[in-house]
Design a protein around this ligand. Structure first.
Ligand code: HEC
Ligand code: HEC
Ligand code: HEC
Ligand code: HEC
Ligand code: HEC
Ligand code: HEC
Length: 353
């Protein structure tokens, strides 16, 4: 019954979208940054995920599957294990371990970032959530991998078994019915595509699929000041985020088209990354003619990120490494320059308590 109601509702919403799309023949030019796209939001509410293969069926095959986004979640079979692993014990929640069950690890859904083995817990176990990080993949010196299950590492490392909260960014389709995709697929950025697939004319196709912009990237590449407050000192750690991009003149002057000025996402560059050109400077000179930036120095790494996420600085000299005035080889890269501190406090008040 419920399903029928949802289908009818979906239909009504779909027709509304089409009508709205038909009325606005002149599509406004998309502007970067803070723009919101109501059409996607409406489509997202009703549409469901159809899976990567369906998209590829109509759209020219790209090298998307070679990109780091796609490769961030791989099946366990992609790794040569050092022995056969059977059943392991899994706990519901890292802190209390109130409930436990055993699962066959060979049936795991896959591995996130070459490290975390993720599995679905059978309903019968009575766990509070469906997906858990159940094991830690560790590379042996001979190139094979061993799996440490949560019971072994629990309490002794900074990682322990727990609900797979990472899915939101690392496996956005996880839990969606009708798709075997667990990695970041087309629909991770473009949103669930069932309405788009069902649409019959080109106009309807366009109306059911809005082109993403930097806002889409920031859904996952977003800093969360709350997650950074593990120390009272201000560090340039934008947890999971595009560190310090907020402060760059690229962002504040609004003169460039956000992330997509320098990045592309449908296929890898020659180094396996996501830059528009294989050499970063070849991008910079298109606007900064004659300059030869040392990108590795300008975009300095932050050693103090407690979670070791990728953290190339994107402030483009608004926050130079020298502003930290501490030994950059230590883990604690705290900003002490008062001018820079002031700037951060104004922009990110949550961070400055
Ligand atoms: C049945 C064939 C078909 C399938 C399946 C399909 N598309 Fe499309 N798609 C089209 C057509 C046709 C267009 C319109 C082409 C045009 O006129 O530019 C389109 C357009 C698009 C656009 C451009 C929209 C715009 O505003 O210009 C995007 C993005 C897109 N599709 C993404 C996807 C994704 C993601 C999937 C998988 C969820 C998918 N498509 C599945 C046929 C398909
Ligand atoms: C990481 C985010 C992301 C992923 C993943 C992604 N796209 Fe896109 N896509 C974009 C953005 C952003 C644009 C806007 C055009 C641009 O600047 O690249 C776009 C544009 C498009 C277009 C319009 C024509 C074009 O190329 O500009 C199509 C069609 C499309 N995507 C299909 C796909 C398909 C099919 C997949 C999966 C194989 C996919 N996309 C995966 C972000 C993404
Ligand atoms: C669904 C979440 C999600 C979205 C949306 C997303 N990303 Fe990512 N991105 C990730 C995750 C997770 C990683 C780390 C895994 C990896 O290396 O791919 C990553 C990695 C990257 C990397 C580093 C790749 C490397 O060299 O290792 C770049 C660059 C990047 N993303 C750019 C973008 C851009 C540009 C967009 C918007 C068009 C975007 N991302 C949208 C989640 C996302
Ligand atoms: C002015 C160009 C430019 C813009 C704009 C830009 N990036 Fe980058 N980004 C780069 C360059 C260059 C690198 C490679 C840095 C390196 O070689 O270490 C990079 C690296 C990255 C990485 C990987 C970090 C690492 O340490 O390897 C991610 C993730 C990323 N960018 C995401 C984004 C997102 C999301 C946006 C939009 C908010 C964005 N970038 C805007 C130029 C840019
Ligand atoms: C699409 C054009 C464009 C591209 C590509 C671009 N920039 Fe910029 N950049 C700008 C603009 C516009 C400003 C702001 C200029 C201003 O108002 O002072 C800026 C500012 C800067 C500044 C600050 C300058 C200062 O003196 O305060 C640095 C540093 C910088 N860019 C480095 C880079 C690097 C490194 C790259 C390549 C990875 C790059 N830019 C790519 C347009 C671009
Ligand atoms: C809010 C979105 C988001 C969530 C939630 C998230 N991540 Fe990430 N993660 C990213 C993005 C974006 C990247 C790539 C860019 C970066 O490192 O800043 C990344 C990168 C990573 C990396 C690669 C770091 C490196 O330097 O190679 C690991 C490992 C990782 N994430 C693990 C996790 C785990 C484990 C969880 C769950 C506990 C998690 N992430 C939750 C967005 C997220």
């Amino acid at each position: 019954m419920n399903r029928l109601r949802i289908m009818v509702l979906s239909l009504i919403v779909l027709v509304t979208i089409m009508l709205v799309a038909a009325c606005s023949t002149q599509q406004p030019t998309p502007t970067p940054s803070t723009q919101t796209t109501p059409a996607t939001q409406v489509a997202n509410v009703t549409a469901t995920y159809v899976g990567e293969k369906t998209c590829q069926g109509c759209h020219q095959k790209t090298n998307y599957d070679k990109t780091p986004h796609y490769q961030s979640f791989k099946p366990l079979s992609a790794y040569k294990l050092d022995k056969t692993y059977g059943s392991i014990t899994v706990y519901d929640g890292a802190a209390d371990n109130a409930k436990s069950t055993t699962i066959d690890i060979s049936k795991a859904l896959g591995v996130e970032m070459d490290t975390y083995v993720v599995a679905e817990i059978p309903k019968e176990a009575g766990f509070s959530k469906r997906f858990y990080r159940v094991g830690h993949l560790i590379k042996n010196p001979d190139g094979t991998y061993k799996i440490e299950s949560a019971s072994v590492v629990n309490g002794t490392q900074n990682w322990s078994a727990g609900e797979y909260t990472c899915a939101e960014c690392h496996s956005p389709n996880m839990g969606a019915t009708g798709t075997p995709d667990y990695t970041i697929t087309c629909e991770g950025c473009h949103g669930p595509g069932s309405a788009h697939v069902a649409a019959t004319t080109d106009d309807q196709k366009k109306a059911t699929m809005v082109l993403p912009n930097s806002d889409t990237c920031l859904k996952c590449h977003n800093s969360d000041p709350k997650k950074d407050s593990t120390t009272s000192a201000i560090i340039t750690t934008n947890h999971y985020g595009t560190r310090d991009y907020t402060f760059s003149k690229h962002n504040t002057t609004g003169q460039i088209n956000g992330c997509l000025t320098c990045h592309k996402v449908h296929g890898p560059d020659a180094n396996g990354g996501l830059l528009k050109k294989d050499k970063p400077n070849d991008i910079c000179v298109t606007c900064h003619a004659g300059k030869n930036y040392d990108v590795k120095t300008i975009m300095w790494d932050n050693k103090s990120d407690p979670h070791n996420h990728i953290t190339a600085d994107h402030s483009f000299t608004a926050i130079p490494e020298s502003a930290t005035k501490v030994n950059p080889t230590t883990k604690n890269v705290e900003i002490v320059d008062p001018t820079v501190l002031d700037m951060i406090k104004k922009a990110l008040p949550d961070l400055a308590k």
